[in-house]
Design a protein around this ligand. Structure first.
Ligand code: G3P
Length: 494
């Protein structure tokens, strides 16, 4: 039963005060300081999570460092078995985790079920894929000027302790996407959950603990991003940092991480280019889905559409005509609600509203939506937007899509490449060959041809350039990123 399995991660009060995990024990912080997790749906307190002292963070990191050596020495097949068991536990507690996710971050039931199921599948895929990771050998005489006789034996080894920092919008999936590869490659993992979504992430850590991850190998450091950023990121016992979150935070963390390997997914504006020959019905539906899914709170959410005025007129009309079928703002717990519920907080909603108002003041036209009620932002479509307007100059993590007129598709490519973001872009055209040619002009992580930007399927490479990320995620790529090569050069008897 969930109540038993998760019993000792909180004080079981109403609302529960959750504990942090120091690697072997769940307990409150000695500071007594906590932060409330407020549901965006109804403003209720889901629970509290502790704010750790730097000493408590140091203890978790010391335990992680000490435990890592024996964890890496654990046979791979045992590490694989533990990680597979974690995936099974996730499936076993799916309903409980889904209900918590809905309340904590305002996902719909379908979105929450999708995240939990996808997480279990992702963890299993990591545990399968790692078994095909291979080292290699190289002979000295392959290179000009060198004789036979030396051989490099190259294996992949752990970094040491990985600091995993996860975002609110996928607090289970994007925590697991760091924990699983880190553990499988022999690292210890110190998890920094988001504040909102942090309770769901703590439940995930409990699942890995119960699956058999040894004491010290996994732990949590909870508290504000600033405290963790200041103290943990630059800590000498942190070997590698894996982060998903907004670009400003990413830049700040990267600045503190010094020479540490980084694996970052940050913000993106994910433009869509619609060519004259595109299937406009498909383009309109993908734009709606890509812009409004989970209330636009996805790093891969569509933020603007680039096309010529004539196409924009036709496309906006089609988007407005199709929206009532695909989008209905409301309580994410209601089956009537489609794609758009509250954003993560009223504070976040106010920032989105301000960006809309500032852009309209600068000449943008609001053709639908634009209004806020507490944490609810209406699904919004703006036209006559230019790249310098606040609504797209900075990532707007909300249900807003902007149309930017261009006079040519070369101009569209210039606008995309001038952006400080570079996560994904989409191009819609019936001629996939010209889509491919256009895609190669874009300085972004991935380009989707005739599809909206998305991270999945999760074995595909997923990366951002510029302020959108560092390194490459995706099953095999994450396993490689969570490890390093260790060549040992030996004499090779002739
Ligand atoms: O916002 C997180 C980013 O990973 C988006 O994932 O699957 O919604 O494209 P997805």
């Amino acid at each position: 039963m969930p109540a038993d399995f998760f019993a000792d991660i909180s004080d079981q009060q109403t609302p529960p005060h959750y504990f942090y995990f120091d690697g072997s024990t769940w307990k409150p912080s000695a500071t007594g300081a906590t932060v409330e997790v407020i549901s965006p749906i109804d403003g209720s307190i889901v629970g509290t999570i502790p704010m750790l002292s730097s000493q408590e963070m140091d203890t978790a990191l010391l335990r992680a460092t000490e435990a890592q050596v024996s964890w890496e020495a654990t046979p791979m097949n045992k590490r694989v078995g533990i990680v597979h068991l974690a995936a099974d536990w996730i499936r076993h507690f799916q309903d409980y985790l889904v209900a918590l996710l809905i309340r904590e971050v305002g996902k719909s039931k379908d979105e929450a079920k999708g995240e939990i199921a996808r997480t279990a599948d992702l963890i299993d895929y990591f545990a399968d894929e790692v078994q095909s990771m291979r080292g290699m050998t190289l002979d000295s005489d392959n290179f000009p000027g060198f004789e036979k006789g030396r051989i490099a034996m190259i294996e992949r080894v752990a970094h040491g302790t990985v600091l995993a920092i996860a975002p609110f919008n996928y607090p289970v999936n994007l925590t697991a996407s760091k924990i699983a590869p880190a553990l499988l490659m022999g690292n210890s993992v110190v998890v920094k959950p988001p504040t909102q979504g942090g309770i769901s992430a703590l439940h995930l850590v409990r699942i890995f603990e119960k699956a058999g991850v040894p004491p010290g190998v996994i732990s949590t450091v909870t508290g504000t991003g600033e405290v963790v950023g200041e103290h943990v990121v630059s800590h000498p016992m942190v070997s590698m940092v894996a982060f998903t979150g907004n670009s400003d935070t990413g830049v700040a963390i990267a600045g503190k991480a010094a020479m540490k390997p980084l694996l970052f997914e940050c913000g993106g504006n994910n433009p869509v280019v619609v060519m004259p020959d595109a299937d406009m019905v498909v383009a309109a539906r993908e734009i709606i889905k890509g812009a409004f899914a989970y209330s636009g709170q996805r790093c891969t959410g569509i933020k603007y559409v680039l096309t010529t005025p004539a196409i924009r007129e036709q496309l906006v009309a089609l988007v407005l005509k199709t929206m009532p079928e695909m989008v209905k703002m409301g309580d994410p717990r209601s089956p009537e609600t489609k794609l758009v519920g509250p954003v993560i907080s009223e504070e976040a909603a106010i920032k989105i509203e301000q960006a809309i108002l500032a852009s309209v003041k600068n000449g943008a036209k609001c053709v639908i939506g634009g209004k806020r009620n507490k944490a609810m932002i209406e699904p919004t479509v703006l036209t006559n937007v230019v790249p310098s307007m606040p609504i797209i100059a900075k990532e707007t993590f909300g249900p807003v899509v902007s149309f930017v007129d261009v006079s040519s598709f070369d101009e569209a490519a210039v606008i995309i490449n001038r952006s400080s973001y570079g996560l994904q872009a989409s191009v819609f055209t019936k001629d996939e060959g010209s889509g491919l040619v256009f895609a190669k002009k874009l300085n972004v992580g991935s380009v989707q041809v005739n599809g909206s930007p998305q991270r999945g399927p999760d074995h595909f490479p997923f990366l951002g350039v510029k302020r959108s990320g560092v390194g490459v995620q995706g099953v095999r790529y994450s396993l490689e990123a969570m490890s390093r090569l260790r060549p040992v050069v030996l004499n090779k008897p002739q």
